[in-house]
Design a protein around this ligand. Structure first.
Ligand code: NIG
Ligand code: FE
Length: 392
């Protein structure tokens, strides 16, 4: 199949353009006049980009915490109580209803142009519940065309049946991580490494267990306080450290000299009225930067918000629109250690979106109100039914 257009092929900006898809991959890119002969699909003047890569989401939860968001905006602090409230509601939900919730959230993401999504467990906090949530992610992933990368986030908060953080972290490291790895249910392990949640000793213990089990590592780091968790993530070889609202100049320098990606999440930073992470300093220093949604139960509830996240990157984080688009595609793929995704290059997966816009500036101008016209994943176009939004 040969896709052609007279609009922009972003971020490179080639126009007019032609792109040959063979066996799910991009086989050739260039001007239409030089294109190999193949069945043509003309996309006219539409902006075409790689499919968006959302490298940080928490879709497995039941219950509602909108009242907590309102209370926080009236001055209540953000504590582990909110996560534990979601844990109670999620443990009580049966498999079928939880599966439906996850499916509708991922369908919303797909309908909004996300073609790869990382999905964390982390609202179960016992071995049985965490395995149940990871199995639900796997079952939903089988039914949907989007690419799903599962992450085990047993260390999200300390559940009430455990004596304390150190004791629960030992259980996560010694029992849960090996069980998740041997069940083949996760690619990564994540830790909420922040003040009031998991300290450096606990994080290091879980991080080393992940590596020993052959799983990648990613951390929630330096969001609530500057604890040095981002630097610890770099030292532990994490694929990504995420949030970074409180990161200082030393932390930026540590990130810039590493292969650990800085994943920035302007959604929850906005909802929590937090400071914004130092995106400009990270980019100027040469760090790898990703933008992701962090869609979750308590601090940013918008699944399908990646077009908005690009807009927030360009408006609130001081990135150019092109930088924000790259961070939400190539950057997210790097954070997931999938260099074959998120780029329009020969050899990469043919994951593409044609948008109802003619320039990537629309992501900033319309703050999220940019919609896919057509989407391909691995060279296969989404059926109209899969493009339908199911609101959550
Ligand atoms: O990434 N920071 C930790 N976890 C989520 C919030 C989870 C919740 O409050 O339910 C986040 O923001
Ligand atoms: Fe998160």
């Amino acid at each position: 199949m040969l896709l052609t257009g007279t609009g922009r092929l972003a971020p490179a900006g080639l126009s007019p353009w032609a792109l040959l898809v063979e066996e799910g991959r991009i086989a050739w890119i260039g001007p239409p006049a030089e294109a190999p002969r193949a069945e043509r699909v003309d996309l006219g003047g539409a902006l075409v980009t790689p499919g968006l890569v959302d490298s940080h989401t928490h879709p497995v939860f039941a219950g509602e915490r909108s009242n907590e968001a309102a209370s926080r905006l009236e001055g209540q602090p953000y504590t582990d109580g909110g996560i534990l409230r979601t844990v109670r509601a999620t443990r009580a939900a049966d498999d079928a209803s939880l599966e439906l919730l996850v499916e509708s959230r991922l369908r919303s993401a797909l309908a909004a142009g996300t073609t790869t999504v990382e999905c964390k467990s982390g609202y179960g906090l016992s071995l049985d519940q965490e395995l149940r949530h990871l199995r639900i992610i796997a079952r939903v992933a089988e039914r949907l065309p989007l690419r799903v990368i599962p992450t085990f986030l047993g260390a999200h908060a300390v559940p009430p049946e455990h004596a304390g953080m150190a004791e629960y972290a030992a259980h996560v490291a010694e029992d849960m991580v090996p069980a998740v790895a041997s069940a083949g249910l996760a690619s990564f392990v994540d830790v909420f490494a922040d003040s009031g949640f998991f300290d450096a000793t606990a994080t290091e213990r879980i991080g080393r267990a992940a590596t020993a089990a052959g799983l990648g590592l990613r951390l929630h780091a330096d969001q609530l306080e500057l604890t040095g968790a981002a630097r610890l993530g770099v030292d532990l070889g994490a694929a990504s450290v995420d949030h970074l609202e409180q990161l200082d100049a030393g932390g930026v320098a540590a990130m810039a000299g590493s292969s650990t990606v800085a994943t920035l999440l302007p959604g929850p930073a906005t909802v929590l009225r937090d400071r914004m992470p130092p995106a400009r300093a990270l980019l100027d220093g040469g760090a790898g930067v990703a933008l992701a949604s962090d869609a979750n139960a308590g601090t940013f509830g918008a699944f399908g918000a990646m077009p908005l996240v690009i807009g927030l990157g360009a408006t609130l984080l001081g990135m150019t629109v092109a930088e924000a688009l790259v961070a939400a595609t190539r950057g997210g793929a790097a954070a997931l250690r999938r260099p074959d995704l998120g780029v329009l290059e020969v050899g990469a997966a043919a994951d593409l979106v044609a948008w109802d816009a003619d320039h990537e500036g629309a992501f900033a101008l319309r703050l999220g109100h940019v919609r896919p016209l057509r989407t391909w994943i691995g060279g296969v176009e989404l059926a109209a039914a899969a493009r339908r939004t199911i609101s959550t």
